[in-house]
Write a new protein. Structure first.
Length: 122
């Protein structure tokens, strides 16, 4: 089973995302999609569906910032990262309690932990 993210995170996330952090968000996005596609458990699907578009927004806003380097997009990306990181902590708990026996839960939790270890709440 996955471990908790370390507590010694930087004060603010790097924007644009570092390649490692972006990869972690992409992996989380992919794992959530796979989880949605592979489970019939309504509560799990509901929990995953709540955060799937939010994680996608982190990736989209990171792309937009890289293209434009606009301060408003920077602020929107930072806000989205903070929101997603707070929400995926809740999602981690929901998945752990709903589907503790599913391998998918471990994959999503590991992907969440990787994101949270690389990109802190600002």
């Amino acid at each position: 089973m996955a471990t908790s993210p370390p507590g010694n995170l930087p004060a603010t996330p790097s924007i644009p995302l570092t390649p490692e952090a972006r990869g972690a968000y992409q992996d989380l996005y992919d794992k959530i999609q796979a989880g949605i596609d592979s489970t019939m458990d309504e509560a799990t699907v509901e929990a995953l569906n709540a955060w799937f578009p939010e994680v996608e927004q982190v990736l989209t806003k990171d792309d937009l910032y890289k293209i434009s380097a606009d301060n408003a997009i920077f602020d929107a990306l930072k806000k989205q990262i903070d929101y997603v990181n707070g929400g995926i902590k809740i999602l981690r708990g929901q998945i752990a309690s709903i589907a503790s026996d599913f391998a998918m839960a471990g994959d999503v939790i590991a992907a969440i932990d990787k994101v949270l270890s690389l990109v802190p709440k600002a």
